[in-house]
Write a protein that binds this ligand. Sequence first.
Ligand SMILES: [Zn+2]
Length: 311
Amino acid sequence: MEQVPSILGDVTALALGACVGSFAVTVAYRLPRDISIAAPRSFCESCERPIPWWANIPIFSYLASRGRCVICGAPIRARHPAGELALALTALYLYVNFPLGGAVSRFIFVTALLIASLVDYDWRLIPNLITFPGVPVGFALAALFMPEVGWKSSLIGIAAGGGVLFVTGYVYQLIRSKEGVGLGDVFLLAMVGAFLGWQGVLFTLFFGALLGSFGGLAVGLFGTPTGPPELPPGMRESPAAAPASAMASAAGGADTAAAAAIDAEPPDSAATENKEHALLATAVPFGPFLSLAAGFYALFQPQLTGWYLSR
Ligand SMILES: [Zn+2]
């Protein structure tokens, strides 16, 4: 495949990446709301009317409509063009730098990370619907198409990724009798191990925690960047509790209790408790930071391991 250095392949990778990016942002919106991914075609998140096909071309439509819905004029969230652009560039980079099988495998992984991150950012939950299948799929792809990882490292990675965080969370809970690490993060890291092997898990844990502590510091200094999750119209009257419990069945992540506790308690009675909680526990969604580190490793594994080995 690399023997055909035609612009056609590059453009195809860019276009496919952009389309998958558009799909990923849509999935991240629909999954926690229990909206089918297949059934209703793309609709505006404000007026909920279907978007005409000509206004649904990744990136270009956003630019042409200046980031507004062509029907109701409501602003379209920047994550739509950002997600499309990010996955378009990721697809091109992987296509150019990896054999096709490895490129597709890594692209699937990065797409799963993007969906998990968006859901975690909005809801402080990581959907098991992404991470559960991600483990066997990652193992198969690592064994078949990613010789830099291989089945052995993948298997150890699953155990290490799932195990390390699970034990950390358990110990933390024993000491502080609070949930420090959500189960969602445990399954996310098991998926990381499946795709990237145990070396990838170590990298992700170290740099994810580093990024996360910067993020936690920023939250501590400047306040929470994300308010409570955006609620679908029907749920706006009863904040936090309703969507959190509805989500528990869909996603099963353990951040729910912590997030619900923070959102539901009146600010005056639990101010100090919350302040402590905000810095130590899951007020900062950890998934996006882990995902950032894991995605970086997926893209630059050859350079990173080469650099490491040359020392
Ligand atoms: Zn609209």
